[in-house]
Each structure stands twice: as C-alpha cells, then as structure tokens.
Write a protein that binds this ligand. Structure first.
Ligand code: S3P
Length: 172
C-alpha cells in the first residue's frame, strides 16, 4: 500500500479562470497526486464538449453529472479535485466535498478573470458575455456560497503558480 502525503482530498473551487486547473496540475506534479478535473471527466464520459452538453442536454443534466461525480470521489484520498466554477452552488455538492476534502477557494479580480478566460471557448455561461460587468455580477451572486464552502481562501492576482501553491500547502 502506497503511503499518501495527505489522507484527505484537496478540492479546488472558484470562479471560471480562478486557476483551478492550473494549480491542480501543479499540485499533482509536485506531490504525485492524481487529479480529477471534473469538467474534463464529465466531457469525456459524455463524449462531447461542455458547451455541447449544455446545448444538447441542458445545464441541469451537467449539474447532475457534477453531483454524481463528487459522490464517486468519496472512496478516494490524496486526490486533487478541480471543480467546475458552479459546483459549490449546490448545497449537496458542498456536503460531498467536505466529507473527506479540504476545500480551497481560489479568487481573482474580475479584470484578472477576464484576461484569463478571454481566449477560451468551452465556457457556455460566459461565451457571449466576456466583459468585466458580467463577470462581476455573476461573481457577486456566487460569492456567499463560495465563501461558505471554503476552508482556505487564496487570492491569485499577481502571483505565480509557485507562490499560490506555496501559500496553499502552507495553509493545509
Ligand atoms: C461553470 C464553469 C466551468 C464549467 C461550466 C460551468 C460555471 O468550469 O463547469 O462551463 O458554472 O461557472 P471552469 O470553472 O473550470 O471554467
């Protein structure tokens, strides 16, 4: 039996473009942890992009897939789970995350988020709304739930991946 560095999972949450995928890849490289990139797993299982899932089956279907995937994670330890930006909006998802995970909220200013998402094309909620006002508004709507879910909060503006990871690991 391999010895695990952490006997819990690290669950990364935060707005689109907050850096969840980047930081989870970094953590997995540094600590030889497996990563579950929720969007990627769901997209692979459904055999289509996130945008197509939203278009063909609707958002509710995608949200149910997120909930089911989180439930599957309960048997795992020492895994980095990179959630979708909307995953903490469901109370039941937050309960699942907290069962054996440390929930880390990555934050960034709307301007930073815009810069990071402007060239991506598989984020249906934002695809036709790539401006600071829209991002700020959606962020405000989500803020309370993000904060309630978080065990640790890390600001990512003007920080390198290394700095963010150091801060994260030091606060675990
Ligand atoms: C969403 C964020 C996306 C993806 C989907 C919905 C959201 O994930 O799950 O497009 O509701 O904020 P990222 O945060 O990885 O972009």
């Amino acid at each position: 039996q391999a010895r695990h560095l952490f006997n819990y999972n690290i669950v990364l949450i935060g707005f689109m473009g907050a850096g969840k995928t980047t930081i989870s890849d970094y953590l997995s490289t540094c600590f030889a942890m497996d990563v579950v990139e929720m969007d990627q797993v769901i997209s692979e299982r459904e055999g289509m992009s996130i945008s197509d899932i939203f278009e063909v089956y609707g958002e509710e279907h995608f949200r149910n897939a997120e909930t089911n995937l989180l439930k599957e994670m309960q048997t795992k330890h020492n895994v980095v789970i990179s959630c979708g930006g909307g995953t903490p909006m469901r109370e039941c998802n937050v309960v699942e995350m907290k069962k054996n995970g440390r929930v880390v909220l990555l934050t960034a200013k709307p301007e930073t988020i815009l810069e990071r998402v402007k060239d991506s094309h598989d984020r249906p909620l934002i695809e036709n709304n790539k401006n600071v006002e829209f991002i700020e508004e959606l962020m405000l709507k989500r803020r309370e739930k993000y904060m309630a879910a978080a065990d640790i909060i890390i600001e990512t503006d003007n920080k390198t991946e290394l700095e963010i990871c150091e801060e994260l690991v030091n606060s675990l």
